[in-house]
Design a protein around this ligand. Structure first.
Ligand SMILES: NC(=O)c1ccc[n+]([C@@H]2O[C@H](COP(=O)([O-])OP(=O)(O)OC[C@H]3O[C@@H](n4cnc5c(N)ncnc54)[C@H](OP(=O)(O)O)[C@@H]3O)[C@@H](O)[C@H]2O)c1
Length: 277
């Protein structure tokens, strides 16, 4: 049972990862991201998800510092961008992220996209394994990997990814990938859990929410947790950051979980990992 923002799941290497965190995609570097991170930490969040390509790692680092929280109480994720694939360039990109964040280790480092057209994700993975073995990152994983990318990666990986962060919301539930990851002990993590705001006046979610006195966003976040999927909704508004974490005092019934499952269209709303360059 996920009880609070401090509740964690144990990754396959024993590291504890929070079930619910703050995403900061499209949050501007500087004041906007500093204030979002500080608001989240003030209200009990301990997990922040950024990426080199978001160009806000400096502000995330500043927000963490100004919040006064101790480093070891936090779980910080970043990701290597597509034009840094390759062994040496990934090692260098990692150091750049650390420097910008003003941290001396990360909790989780992900390959942002597989970029099959470059054919370098295995080499990139070797660099993540090296960073992990050197103790610079507590867990390593991938993002936007379909089953066939994972099959290829696992062929000669020394360490299996601990996490796969993918597009996941009521309209795109990735049942096949969910089962694949579960079987291999790879923790699934949802990006764009709110479909970037496009599901927030959905009638089914509204009707379900009304029963519990919760909003559609809260219903989705609760559904993520009950499905066993880590979730990182993004908001820059303090009241929404608070509301998105007000999901620990109710439980969706099996019937309502089923209604949300029926919303799956099987159609992704954002980029296809086989095509993303
Ligand atoms: N690995 C990847 O390739 C990848 C791709 C995309 C995203 N991500 C990660 O996943 C995180 C979440 O995804 P996302 O940012 O794309 O989308 P999202 O979390 O599904 O939705 C964010 C949008 O919903 C709004 N919102 C948030 N809470 C709300 C609420 N309670 N009521 C009404 N509106 C609300 C936000 O606006 P306001 O800010 O104005 O509140 C924003 O426009 C990202 O920030 C990023 O960390 C990863």
């Amino acid at each position: 049972m996920v009880k609070s923002l401090h509740s964690t799941t144990t990754l396959h290497n024993g590291v504890e990862m929070p079930w619910l965190g703050l995403g900061v995609f499209k949050v501007e570097d500087g004041d906007e991201v500093v204030q979002s991170v500080k608001a989240a930490i003030k209200h009990g969040y301990i997990s922040i998800d950024t990426a080199a390509v978001y160009k806000n790692e400096e502000g995330v680092g500043q927000g963490i510092k100004e919040s006064g929280i101790s480093r070891d109480a936090l779980f910080v994720t970043s990701k290597v961008w597509n034009n840094d694939h390759g062994y040496e360039s990934t090692l260098a990109a990692f150091e750049t992220s650390l420097k910008k964040l003003e941290l001396d280790y990360l909790d989780l480092y992900l390959i942002h996209w597989p970029v099959p057209s470059q054919g370098k994700f295995k080499e990139t993975w070797k660099a993540l394994e090296k960073l992990y073995k050197d103790g610079k990152v507590r867990a390593i994983g991938v993002s936007n990997f379909k089953e066939h990318h994972l099959d290829e990666l696992l062929e000669d990986a020394e360490i299996a990814p601990m996490v796969n962060q993918v597009e996941f919301h009521p309209h795109f539930q990735q049942k096949g990938l969910q089962a694949y990851c579960k079987q291999r002990n790879i923790q699934l993590e949802a990006w764009s859990p709110l479909k970037r705001g496009q599901l927030l006046d959905d009638p089914t979610l509204t009707e379900i929410g009304d029963k519990y006195g919760k909003s559609p966003a809260q219903v989705i976040i609760r559904w993520n947790l009950q499905t066993g999927v880590i979730t990182i909704p993004k908001s820059t508004k303090e009241h929404r950051i608070v509301a998105n974490a007000d999901v620990f005092d109710f439980k969706l019934s099996a019937e309502d979980m089923d209604k949300i499952e029926q919303m799956d269209t099987g159609v992704r709303a954002f980029s296809d990992p086989d095509e993303k360059k």
